[in-house]
Structure formats: C-alpha cells, structure tokens
Write a protein that binds this ligand. Structure first.
Ligand code: ASP
Ligand code: MG
Length: 457
C-alpha cells in the first residue's frame, strides 16, 4: 500500500488535478490512498473570509466566497467531466459555499470568531479539493471511495491545532478505510481536517496535510496493512545539497535520515517539517518527497536512519547576531554560565550556536531578539560585545564527529573567509560555524565545491 499526498500547488488548478489523477491512476497496482490539500491559496482565502466576517465586513466576506466559487468552478470546467458528474460537482460546490455564507453571516452578526468556527470555515478547502480529485479519478475509470476526513481523523478538541488520537486512527483505518481498499476502491480524502470527540470539525494547524498523510500511513500499518511508503507530492524535487539560489550546482539528496532532515529543517530547508512525518518514520515507513511537475525526478526519501557516514547537505541562515560575554575573573566560577543563560531565558531569546573559550562565552541569537535588553542585563556582571550581520552555516550529515577529515576539509575549503565562531554540533549530525553575512554565500559555494563536487570529478 501507498499513501500519496498532494499539496496545494499540486492541486492548484483543474489541469493540475487532472495531472494528479493521471499520476494516481498509473499507480493503482500499488494500492494508493490519496490525501489532498486545499487548492493553493484557498486556506489563506478562507482565513481572510473569517476575518472579514468578524469585522462585520459583509461585502468583503461575500466577495471572498464568490472568488472561491469561481476558482473551484473553473477547476470543474478544466476537468472535462461528463455532464452528470460536472453538474453534481457544481451543486456540491454551491452547497459548500452556502454553508460558508451561513457561517460568515453568523460570525458577522456576533462580531465574534472562535477557533471552532474558524476550523469549520477552513475545512471547506480540503472538502472541495477532495471532491474535485475524486471526480477526476472517476473520470479515468478508477473506482473511488471519497472519505470525509472527519470520518477517520479523530482528534482532541484543540481547535486550530488539534492533536490526533493515534489509537482511534488505527481503529478507524481498520473499520472505515481498509474495507474500501479490499473492495477495490481508491480512498481519496482531505488532509488538515479532523473531528473532535463531540463531532465538531477541527484542523491540525497550517500545513497540516503532510501530518495527515503520515498519520494515515501509520494508522493503516497499525491496523495490520503493510505500507510501502508515504509520498509527499509537492513542487520541488526534494531535499537538495544546498539552496540552489545560492549554489546553482546543488543536487538532490536521494536518502536522508530523520535526524539529518530535522537538522536541515531547523536551518531553513522548508521542504517538509520533520515533526509532521514522525508517525510514519517511527514505524519504519519511508517518506518520499516527489515533484508533481517532474515525476520522473527520483526525489528524496526520509527514513528513520540511513547507513553510512559523511556530509549530506549544507544549510545557511542569515539574520544572526553574536554576543560575546566575558568576565575574566568569573568565567570558570561555579554558576557563571547558568547566570548568563538565565538572562537569555528571561528575555525569551532562544540561543543558537554556543562556543566557550578561556575568557568568554559566545552565543548567537536571531538578530530580531531583544539584544539591547540582553546586553543591559548581562552587563551587570560581565563585559559584553555584540557583532551583528552574521550568518550561521551548517554542514549536516551522518557521524560527522567520527568521520576523519570532515572538519579539516571544511576549514580548508573556507580559505580566507573569516570564521567568527565554531561549534561542532552536540549531535553527530552537524558542524556549525558563523561567518559575516556578506561572506556566507561564497562560503557555501566553496564548501559545496569541496564536499560535493570533488568526489564526482
Ligand atoms: N490547506 C492547509 C494549509 O494551507 C493544509 C495544507 O496544505 O497542508 O495550511
Ligand atoms: Mg501545504
């Protein structure tokens, strides 16, 4: 079995939905379960609609609903359905819009918007894209079971960021989803949306469809099925060895371990959020990132762990400042470091790279942190200097600390680029250092050449 999840851009127009249906239809032998996001931009539009209604802007709300109707009806036209199927779909769109109108009117009258109502409004995006995708598959002769996500995505009642109940999901997979597969039907369902124990509509939080897909795969597996992979179909080729805007020669990483994927996401590679795929990875189900627009590209597979060692990718984050906190008399004194970090804690400034020397502790923070406040409080017991306009560069890989020569080749590659701070990650998955922001792109290119382009030559 296979879970195929399609993101907002992948189902962004009727033509694209037709393409998705082709893709699914070509994989029937693998037993696909299909999860879709709302059409691109629709969740944002629904949130804007909610806000307009809350502010009593009835015209704004009506316009938003009309625009949503237009977008989905245009998509129906592009699917080239039989008259009957197209008519049924248009009627369904009208019913959904009428429901939104009712909700918007209620919100406008009360001037009050709860998270519960926001969820009821936002769910429309996934419900409609599911209907469109199911129709596109049926048009290709595929037997489809369209399943409302509220029938299986059981969550708690934390509207807007609901927590799924994995034990209930497994039971629903067994009672509601697997029987459809046994009957030869392809389940098509919406991501992001769920239902609380009282039956009210919930959502998993923005971007929650990846999480839905991973949870679905996990639930099917828990229910006794064997799930080969979760495929996250998106608009990029996968995880790259570096940001291609900075390093044009960057290439796709074919396999990555969960820890490395998490490290890369932390450093700004936004392909997928590791926490969302954890339910799948924890059960040994590989998660494959694929490009809907270039399905022939191999993509990146994330697994719990991948064997081997060595550098996998580079990441960089700008907008960083460093604080150098020194007190020659105090540095080694008991409790000094705790006192320093307590100041960061007090100002809720997450610390990033940390390095210590004989005379100072160097700490980087986001440049938007309350640096003046930090300096004022630290100055009560230490000498502080600040360096802004820095960038953190991170070399991510497996077993980096125990792989000989990684650090040596990294610093050789940097050549005359000045390194402000170095921190061999607390884990084996990264080697991180700080440079002046204007040097960062060049640092990345030099590293890429040294670490990725030499072996191939
Ligand atoms: N449609 C939702 C969002 O835009 C969920 C998703 O696309 O993953 O946040
Ligand atoms: Mg998305």
């Amino acid at each position: 079995m296979l879970v195929m999840k399609f993101g907002g851009t992948s189902v962004g127009t009727g033509e694209r939905i037709a393409g998705v249906a082709e893709l699914v239809a070509s994989r029937l032998a693998e037993g696909p379960f299909v999860v879709v996001s709302a059409m691109g931009g629709v969740t944002d539009a629904l949130l804007a609609l909610s806000r307009a209604a809350r502010e009593g802007d009835r015209t704004g709300a009506a316009t938003a609903i009309a625009t949503l109707g237009e977008k989905h009806r245009t998509a129906v036209d592009a699917l080239g359905l039989e008259d009957g199927a197209a008519g049924a779909l248009r009627e369904e769109i009208s019913r959904e819009l009428a429901r939104l109108e009712g909700l918007a009117t209620g919100v406008a009258l009360l001037g009050e918007l709860s998270a519960r109502t926001t969820d009821a409004i936002c769910a429309a995006g996934e419900l409609l894209s599911t209907a469109l995708t199911a129709a596109a598959l049926e048009k290709r002769g595929v037997a489809v079971a369209r399943v409302d996500p509220r029938e299986w995505m059981a969550t708690d009642a934390s509207h807007g960021a609901a927590t799924p109940d994995e034990a209930v999901l497994a039971a629903k997979a067994a009672s509601r989803l697997l029987p459809e597969r046994s009957a030869g039907r392809v389940v098509v369902t919406g991501g992001f949306v769920g239902a609380a124990p009282d039956g009210s509509t919930t959502t998993l939080g923005r971007g929650g469809s990846d999480y839905s897909a991973a949870l679905l795969g996990a639930a099917l597996q828990d229910a006794g099925a064997s799930v080969e992979a979760i495929e996250i179909w998106t608009d990029v080729d996968g995880i790259l060895t570096a940001d291609p805007r900075v390093v044009p020669t960057a290439r796709i990483v074919s396999e990555v371990g969960y820890a490395e994927a998490a490290e890369l996401a932390f450093f700004g590679a936004k392909v997928l959020h590791p926490a969302t795929i954890r339910p799948a990875v924890a059960r040994g189900i590989p998660v494959r990132v694929k490009n809907t627009f270039r399905p022939q590209a191999p993509g990146t597979t994330v697994r719990a762990e991948v064997p081997g060692a060595g550098v996998m990718a580079l990441a960089m984050r700008t907008g960083v400042a460093a604080l150098f906190v020194g007190n020659p008399r105090m540095l080694l004194a008991h409790g000094y470091a705790a006192r320093v970090f307590a100041v960061f804690e007090k100002h809720a400034a997450p610390v990033d790279v940390i390095a210590t020397s004989e005379v100072s502790i160097s700490i980087t923070v986001d440049a938007r942190a309350p640096i003046d406040d930090l300096v004022r409080d630290l100055s009560e017991f230490a000498e502080v200097s600040v360096l802004g306009d820095l960038a953190v560069v991170s070399v991510v890989g497996r077993k980096l600390r125990s792989t000989p020569r990684v650090a040596a080749s990294v610093f050789a590659a940097l050549g005359d680029i000045n390194v402000v701070l170095i921190s061999q990650g607390a884990s084996e998955t990264n080697l991180t250092f700080v440079v002046q922001a204007p040097d960062a792109s060049e640092a990345l290119r030099r590293l890429h050449r040294e670490l990725f382009e030499k072996e191939a030559a």
